[in-house]
Ligand binder design. Structure first.
Ligand code: CTP
Ligand code: MN
Ligand code: MN
Ligand code: MN
Length: 355
């Protein structure tokens, strides 16, 4: 029967940017399974079908409580026939035979390097190093050289220690620059596959010189294990870029840094440090807010925010700008709140963007 009290605004949105997704996931039993299916498809190169499972998992993560009855899924968006069948099977049998099959599959296990959770991180590492790097081979060599360390998750404590190191180097190069943590740690995650930082320089042009100087300083401190600096290719006249999923054009670098351990946990090898992946980005001041939003993620949240802007609002959003196609103007933003307001969206806090 119809519930007259069920207001349409209480419905779950198909767009992640209209949902609040904290790390408090009440449907982990379903989302873990859907993410295994997504990851398996990605390993096979099926990005399209994989995205459907990722979207289904992401939507379930935003629900305020665990699904109890299967009928509840009737009114939920982002669930295709396959996702529904998996949810049904898990709620009836406790697990999905297809997911179990994948978890036991030789190919999947080999791809994931048969090392449980840490290999997931290593897989991400290789993917991000290879994606970002001009030199595939040197990125892979670095990836394998520090395989053991960089396949271990980075903790929030380690991220804070790195922030002090990065901040010290940045301020030494330019005392008026500031450093903020972004990526997963800004969203409140306790662990990450790397640590992401965004640098704000108050004077024009400084964003181009700061990263080489910071890298030089890390080298002189003997804590730099790998670096791939990408010079800015940002050109205001070429905005808006129409490639939404693509990388931005800001000056950035992908590093592997030696981080001193608190206690010598690896006394056997006499190694008192671990290798950690670090990303730094330095956008021009007037692009800072768009870059901060983009680098805070999550990837799926940003994907949906851009899709929503384009399809529902006729606006183009990327890490550089927000552009209104109707008026052919760029929309200014001093804060992230301004960007959400331009898009007619309720503000979603960073820790609610874990879509
Ligand atoms: N990003 C980006 N442009 C790049 C690199 C990254 O816009 N050149 C964005 C990604 O899309 C993501 C965010 O920066 O939204 C952080 O990327 P990443 O470190 O890969 O993911 P996290 O969410 O931080 O996950 P993890 O905790 O595993 O590091
Ligand atoms: Mn809750
Ligand atoms: Mn990250
Ligand atoms: Mn990163």
């Amino acid at each position: 029967c119809a519930h007259p009290s069920a207001k349409p605004e209480s419905a779950v949105s198909p767009y992640a940017c209209q949902r609040r997704t904290t790390l408090d996931n009440h449907n982990k039993i379903f989302t873990d399974a859907l993410e295994v299916l997504a990851e398996n498809l990605e390993l096979c190169g099926n990005q399209g079908p994989s995205l459907a499972f990722r979207r289904a998992a992401s939507m379930l993560k935003s629900l305020p409580a665990a699904l109890r009855r299967l009928e509840e899924t009737q009114h939920l968006p982002c669930l295709g026939e396959h996702s529904r069948a998996i949810i049904e099977e898990i709620s009836e049998c406790g697990s999905s035979s297809r997911v179990e099959e994948i978890l036991n599959d030789e190919r999947y296990r080999t791809m994931k390097f048969s090392q449980g959770n840490s290999s997931h991180i290593f897989f991400r590492q290789c993917k991000s190093l290879v994606c970002h790097s001009i030199s595939y081979s040197s990125a892979l060599v670095a990836g394998f050289l520090f395989y053991e360390d960089i396949s271990k998750p980075v903790s929030r404590t380690e991220a804070s220690a790195l922030k002090i190191i990065v901040e010290e180097a940045v301020i030494c190069v330019n005392p008026s620059a500031t450093v903020s943590i972004t990526g997963g740690f800004r969203r409140g995650k306790e662990f990450g596959h790397d640590v992401d930082f965004i640098i704000k320089t108050p004077e024009a042009g400084q964003e181009d010189v700061i990263l080489p100087a910071v890298i030089k300083r890390f080298k002189s401190q003997n804590i730099l294990l790998y670096s791939d600096l990408q010079e800015s290719t940002f050109d205001l006249r070429k905005l808006p870029t129409h490639c939404f999923e693509a990388m931005d054009h800001f000056s950035k670098c992908f590093l592997i840094i030696k981080l001193k351990r608190e206690q010598e946990t690896d006394a056997r090898a006499g190694k008192d440090w671990r290798a950690v992946r670090v990303d730094l980005v330095a956008p021009p001041l007037e692009r800072f807010t768009y870059a901060l939003l983009g680098w805070t993620g999550s990837t799926l949240f940003l994907r949906d925010l851009r899709r929503f802007a384009r399809l529902e609002r006729g606006k183009l959003l990327d890490n550089h700008a927000l552009y209104d196609k109707a008026t052919n103007t760029f929309l200014p933003a001093k804060t992230e709140e301004d960007i959400f307001a331009h898009l007619g969206l309720e503000y979603i806090e960073p820790w609610q963007r874990n879509a």
